[in-house]
Design a protein around this ligand. Sequence first.
Ligand SMILES: [Mn+2]
Length: 432
Amino acid sequence: MEQASIKTYVCGHRNPDVDSVMSAYALADLRRRTGMSNVEAICAGRLPPRAKWVFEHFHLKGVRPKRDVYVRVRDLVDSSVPMIDAGLSLVDALRKLEESGESSLPVKDAAGKFVGMLSPAKLLSLFIEKADLSIPVGKAPLHQCSQVLSENDRVHDIRTAAVHNAHNHFPVVDDKGVLVGTVLKRAFAEPPPARMILVDHNETEQGIPGLEEIPVVEVVDHHRISFAATKDPIKYTADVVGSTCTLVARMFRGAGERPTKEVAGVLIAGIVSDTLLFQSPTTTDDDRAMCAWLEKLCGESAAAIMEGLMSVASPLTSMSADEAVAADAKLYSESGRKFILAQIEESHLAVFHRHAAELAAALERTIKANGLDFAALMVTDPVRGNSVLLFKGDEAVRRALPYRRAESDVLLMPGVLSRKKQLLPEVLAALA
Ligand SMILES: [Mn+2]
């Protein structure tokens, strides 16, 4: 039987990437469709800008960033236990207490602040004196010594003290002292109110903090397996594919479920980002096959989604030309010459061409400021596996390089990706 009160989180690894976030989102959707209630995809920490772009592009609410999944006092609050307003007459309050079947109830003032526990033992003197029971509860003697818990307290830290406390009820307040409810002592003995589905990782150290406190019920992953022994059987889906989203897509198919066009897009985003649009050596035929199926459902091509992903956080659109040149610039002194070779990665070299003039000016400034013979910026498109080189300074060196010239300062480097292994040896040869 599904326990509706137990929350199931679906979460990828820390420092999440697009595959991690997208597979969590899509798997939560699949689990919801196949009957799991109270399931939520979360993100271990900050949502990466590219993941944010995917959710905005498909008009989805996305996943909630969460710092940790430690079980906190607020997770144990029993909302069925009533709270008493201090303005209520004592006789009505006692009636409420009796109806609740509890031995005491928390009382709050007009501002919602906790003022004490209504407990019959504390009221005995009033009964003996046959006092007027129409007075407000707030004027009656209330029990003060019970342990007041803060909703943010980690259960792990207070469990022992709570279990050994004589009382069965603990009022819970927020950081302003406002009463939020009651935790019953027996809640500390119950299993944690949440459980986990891990995607795109299986090692606890890579997971969201607090993971060790709650049970893992499922793993979907494409990494080496380093998972701890479990107490109970769990679902475990692993395969050697390029992306966890490929596995989630396969699970949709296996369950006879068709992702919506938006969820298909989410899955495509995960696949293309992890496989670098099928260029990565980790790519398998399954990644391509699943992606082809998803493209039909989504109505957008994998290449177009990749383009969108790569346009986010593009160095040339998010930095000034000087910053882009400086971001990853290496200074060399060879054969009596001083020069800089800088490199940035761009999704599409068209972005470079729009900024070429500013970048050329930035290179000129760099040459002047550092007394260089020349400076070059290599702009690499890792997806298509090409680069261009913007060159400023010593023309004899530029002419000696084996690259075809596109425009005055721009050389084409088809198939070149590495500054260290490919560009630098050519520059050194040109100097010699
Ligand atoms: Mn992955």
